[in-house]
Design a protein. Structure first.
Length: 235
């Protein structure tokens, strides 16, 4: 078991954002998290990565209890998150971004790892360009590449194809699939595009009101009457 949460709870005042969530992810798995707005998807990522404190429950990663661990420690352990909106330093070059991201505590050859990550996201010939010159899709890939340079075991991707063209979406899908199948990197992605989830071959967890209400393949989820009611059938 790579990741496990037990009875995970989080409140904001009187609002229950995470209501006793139980979740498991095996090593090597790709999982998509879906659900209506306010379901708790972003809160879940915030709790996993230490961006928010857990009110109750437990998070275990690679067998270790990381509940309320510091953000940097969780990242150093190999769980790294990409946010939905690219957050790059406009005036820094692509190479400078990768120098910041590389995690020498998790690898013996950071130079080789950086070169590998640059090649995976197609930026190996643009290292001297400033990030501000990149289009939206390449900024997204720059951030994914920075995560890869940090040598992750688990990628947390928050709507990685948001704002992308169809071609860019397909490239991102192939990249994630390759990282999972060939590089043994596990992935959890928050995603609204069910066709992307289908093409990725991900299993699905459906969140609603901070609870895990359904899990299964895309076909199982799309035929689930309750999921249709709360999510798929929404206008």
């Amino acid at each position: 078991m790579l990741l496990e949460t037990t009875n995970l709870r989080k409140k904001f005042g009187e609002v229950v954002a995470m209501d006793g969530l139980d979740f498991t992810l095996d090593k090597g798995e790709v999982r998509a998290i879906i659900g209506p707005n306010g379901a708790g998807k972003t809160t879940f990522f915030n709790l996993l990565t230490g961006a928010l404190p857990v009110d109750d429950g437990q998070i275990k990663f690679k067998g270790d209890d990381i509940t309320n661990e510091k953000i940097d420690m969780i990242a150093q352990m190999g769980m790294i998150r990409k946010f939905q909106t690219p957050s790059v330093y406009e005036e820094l070059t692509i190479e400078e971004h990768f120098n910041i991201a590389a995690n020498p505590s998790r690898m013996s050859d950071t130079k080789t790892r950086k070169g590998w990550a640059l090649e995976k996201v197609g930026l190996e010939n643009r290292v001297d360009e400033k990030a501000g010159s990149l289009d939206h899709g390449n900024k997204q890939w720059l951030e994914i590449g920075m995560i890869l340079a940090a040598d992750p075991d688990l990628l947390l991707l928050d709507e990685p194809t948001a704002g992308m063209t169809v071609e860019e979406t397909n490239k991102t899908m192939k990249l994630i699939g390759h990282l999972n199948e060939k590089e043994d990197i596990s992935v959890i992605t928050i995603e609204h595009d069910l066709q992307f989830v289908r093409d990725l071959g991900a299993s699905i967890t459906v969140l609603h009101q901070g609870k895990n209400v359904a899990e299964g393949s895309i076909d199982q989820i799309e035929s689930d009457p309750y999921v249709k009611q709360i999510y798929i059938g929404e206008d």
